[in-house]
Design a protein around this ligand. Structure first.
Ligand SMILES: *Cc1c(COP(=O)(O)O)cnc(C)c1O
Length: 487
C-alpha cells in the first residue's frame, strides 16, 4: 500500500505510542469514554447474553500480530466493536447468574483513575496515597462487618485468594503452637494439619487447601442440613476424631441457597479445643452485617480467627476485588510476606499492603472500595443489600404462584433456587430457554441431586420492574417447554 518511507513514518506514528499531553492522547481517551458510555447505555436493552459464536468472535478478534503496530484509536475502536459482540451484560440490571454484581458508577470512575494513576499498591513507597486510602477503606470494612477494629485487612483479587490467605494464616498459627514455623521450614516433617469444612463449603476452600499443601481430598467433611448449613452436632463428632492442629472452615452465605452456617454454635464447639483456627468464608454473606435486619444471620461471626469476603460481588465494584481479614495481624503478615525483605522500606506506621495479600506487585484496589463505601455510606450499603434481598423474595413469591413451580430454599438472602415440574429435564430445558431468550441471564445448578434454576440478585441497578419482567420471561419460557403442558 505505501512505499518504504511511508511505512516507516506510519510506524513511528503508531507505535511510538502517543506523546504525553498531546491532543491525540486526549482524543483517544475522550473517544474511549464515548465508547464506554455507549456500552453502558445499551445495557438495559441489549440481550443479556451475547449471540456471537466463537467462530464469529475469532473472526473479529484473532488477528495476526502485525509487524508495525496499529494506530491506538483504531485499536480501541475495533476492540470496542468486536468485543462488544461477545460481552455478557453482567453490569446490567437483569444478570442473575452465579453471584455477580455490576459496578456502581462511582466505583467505575475510581477504577478509571486507578488505571490512570498506575500505582503499584504493594508498597507504601510505590503509592503513598493509595496506602492511606486502603487503610481507611479497611477500617470502614471492619466497622461495617462488626469485626474487631484491631484485625488486619488485605485486599485480594477475590474470595478465592482471601480464602487462601485466611487458611495460610491458620496454617501458620496452628503449627506455631506445635513449635513449627511453616513459613521457614515448610510442611515436610511438620505435624499433620487437618482442614474441616461443611459438606456444602465453596469449592475455593478445596482449592485453597490444595495450594497450601493441605490436600483438597484430605478435607474432613461435616454433614449439612437441607439448606446447606453445617450441622453443629456433626462438627462435634468429626472434631472428636481429630487430634492435633485443626483449621475449621465455616460459611456465611451458601452459593446456592444463601444460607448461613450457625456460626455461634460452631464457634462454641471450635473454641473448646486447643490448637484450632476458625475461618469464615463470607464471600457475599458477610455483607449481611451491614443490615440490622439481616445481621442476626451472622451472630457469632466476630469470634472467628479469619474471614474472607468479596467487594466485586455485593459491594458492586469492578473486578477484581476481594477481602481477607485476620484477627491477629502478626500471624497474617508472617503468613503472607517474607519478613525483612530488601524491598520493605516502610518507616514508622506506613503500611505496605503486600504484607497482607499473596500478591507482591498489585493493583491499587483500595480506590474503588473506598469510592463505593464513601459514596454509599452506611445507609447506602444497607439499602443495596436489603433491596437485593427484597427483590429476590419478590421473584420467589411470584414464581411460586405458578402451578408446577417450586422454590427449593428458604429465601433468607439474595439467592433463589427454583424447580420446574417435578423432573430435572423440565428444569434444565427451562434454564436453557431462558438463557436463549436474552431478557435475563441465570444458570442452572444441582441441589441435593436435583436440577435447579439459580437466581442471584446482586446488582445495585436491578429494579422491581426488572424483576417482574424477568419473572414473566422465565414463566413464558417454562410454559413453552413441551413436558410442562401435561403432554
Ligand atoms: C464466589 C465465592 C467464592 C469465590 O470468590 P471469587 O471472588 O470468585 O474468588 C468463595 N466462597 C463463596 C461462598 C463464594 O460465593
Amino acid at each position: 500500500m505505501s512505499d518504504g518511507d511511508g511505512r516507516k513514518k506510519e510506524r513511528a506514528d503508531a507505535s511510538a505510542a502517543l506523546p504525553r499531553g498531546t491532543d491525540r492522547e486526549a482524543d483517544l481517551l475522550h473517544r474511549t469514554t464515548e465508547l464506554a458510555l455507549d456500552f453502558l447505555r445499551s445495557l438495559p436493552d441489549r440481550p443479556v447474553f451475547p449471540t456471537a459464536t466463537l467462530t464469529e468472535l475469532r473472526e473479529g478478534l484473532a488477528r495476526p500480530l502485525s509487524e508495525d503496530g496499529v494506530e491506538p484509536v483504531q485499536v480501541i475502536e475495533e476492540l470496542a466493536r468486536e468485543a462488544d459482540k461477545g460481552t455478557v451484560g453482567i453490569a446490567g440490571p437483569r444478570f442473575f447468574g452465579f453471584v455477580i454484581g455490576g459496578s456502581l458508577p462511582v466505583a467505575l470512575a475510581a477504577d478509571w483513575l486507578t488505571s490512570t494513576w498506575d500505582q503499584n499498591a504493594g508498597l507504601y513507597v510505590a503509592g503513598p496515597s493509595h496506602a492511606v486510602v486502603e487503610e481507611t477503606a479497611a477500617s470502614w470494612l471492619l466497622e461495617l462487618f462488626g469485626l474487631p477494629e484491631t484485625a488486619s485487612v488485605g485486599l485480594t483479587t477475590g474470595a478465592q485468594m482471601a480464602n487462601f490467605a485466611g487458611l495460610a494464616a491458620g496454617r501458620r498459627a496452628v503449627l506455631l503452637r506445635e513449635g513449627w514455623d511453616v513459613e521457614r521450614d515448610g510442611l515436610q516433617g511438620a505435624p499433620e494439619v487437618t482442614v474441616v469444612a461443611g459438606a456444602e463449603a465453596h469449592v475455593t476452600i478445596e482449592i485453597a487447601a490444595q495450594m497450601l499443601g493441605l490436600g483438597a481430598q484430605r478435607i474432613r467433611r461435616v454433614a449439612a442440613d437441607d439448606q446447606g448449613r453445617m450441622r453443629p452436632e456433626a462438627l462435634r463428632e468429626v472434631l472428636a476424631t481429630i487430634g492435633g492442629p485443626t483449621i475449621v472452615c465455616a460459611q456465611a452465605g451458601n452459593v446456592n441457597t444463601g444460607a448461613f452456617d450457625p456460626l455461634d454454635q460452631i464457634t462454641d464447639i471450635v473454641m473448646e479445643r486447643d490448637g484450632r483456627w476458625l475461618h469464615v468464608d463470607g464471600a457475599f454473606g458477610l455483607w449481611a452485617a451491614a443490615s440490622p435486619r439481616l445481621r442476626h444471620l451472622l451472630a457469632g461471626v466476630e469470634r472467628a480467627d479469619s474471614w474472607s469476603c468479596d467487594s466485586h460481588k455485593w459491594l458492586n465494584v469492578p473486578y477484581d476485588s476481594g477481602i481477607v481479614i485476620v484477627r491477629d495481624p502478626s500471624i497474617h503478615r508472617a503468613a503472607m510476606m517474607l519478613q525483612a525483605s530488601y524491598l520493605m522500606q516502610t518507616k514508622g506506621d506506613e503500611r505496605d499492603a503486600a504484607e497482607y495479600v499473596p500478591e507482591f506487585s498489585r493493583r491499587a484496589r483500595g480506590f474503588t472500595v473506598y469510592a463505593a463505601l464513601r459514596s454509599l455510606g452506611r445507609q447506602g450499603v444497607r439499602e443495596l443489600i436489603e433491596r437485593c434481598c427484597m427483590i429476590a423474595r419478590r421473584m420467589a413469591e411470584r414464581l411460586a404462584e405458578e402451578p408446577g413451580v417450586s422454590i427449593l430454599n428458604e429465601v433468607v438472602l439474595n439467592q433463589v433456587l427454583v424447580r420446574f415440574g417435578d423432573d430435572d429435564d423440565v428444569t434444565r430445558k427451562t434454564v436453557a430457554a431462558v438463557q436463549a431468550d436474552g431478557t435475563l441471564w441465570l444458570s442452572g445448578t444441582t441441589w441435593h441431586g436435583m436440577a435447579a434454576m439459580r437466581i442471584s440478585v446482586s446488582n445495585w441497578s436491578t429494579t422491581e420492574w426488572d424483576a417482574d419482567r424477568s419473572v414473566d420471561a422465565i414463566l413464558s419460557c417454562y410454559r413453552r417447554v413441551p413436558a410442562a403442558d401435561g403432554a
